[in-house]
Design a protein around this ligand. Sequence first.
Ligand code: CMP
Length: 139
Amino acid sequence: MQEQTLLIIKPDAIERHLAGKIIQKIEESGFEIGAIKKVVLTKKQAEAFYGVHRDKEFFSDLVEFMTSGPCIPMVVRGENAVHGIRELVGATDPEKAYENTIRALWGTTIRKNCVHASDCEKSAEKEICFFFDLCSIVI
Ligand code: CMP
């Protein structure tokens, strides 16, 4: 089934000039970029985006990191994109991620894990709307 999901290239990956490599990996895996932009999140925006983690002990660390530099959110589409992109991204902790996944290749720590990807269809819909309006997405 054709789906779309949200992927964010995080500040650590941008600082290390890995954005191009990550996009190439996504495209070579058969997915297409439907919309893309570069943003610097405010504290309020990062807190809202990661609201489900509000009670976790790493929440303030996560917000600090996600506001430490620019991010590149993008809509990625393709066959079973939600699950497929999660597989391509790999486990949250790069040390536990399977070989050749984005986080295994370029992630350094559980915090500096290069990318975020929506975990299910419902989150994908919500997270896409957080960054993009319908007219900015190429159908
Ligand atoms: P992400 O997929 O963006 O979703 C939530 C993020 O919280 C996750 O990737 C990690 O970067 C971060 N995270 C999860 N667990 C921890 C942790 N124990 N310490 C620091 N950051 C974490």
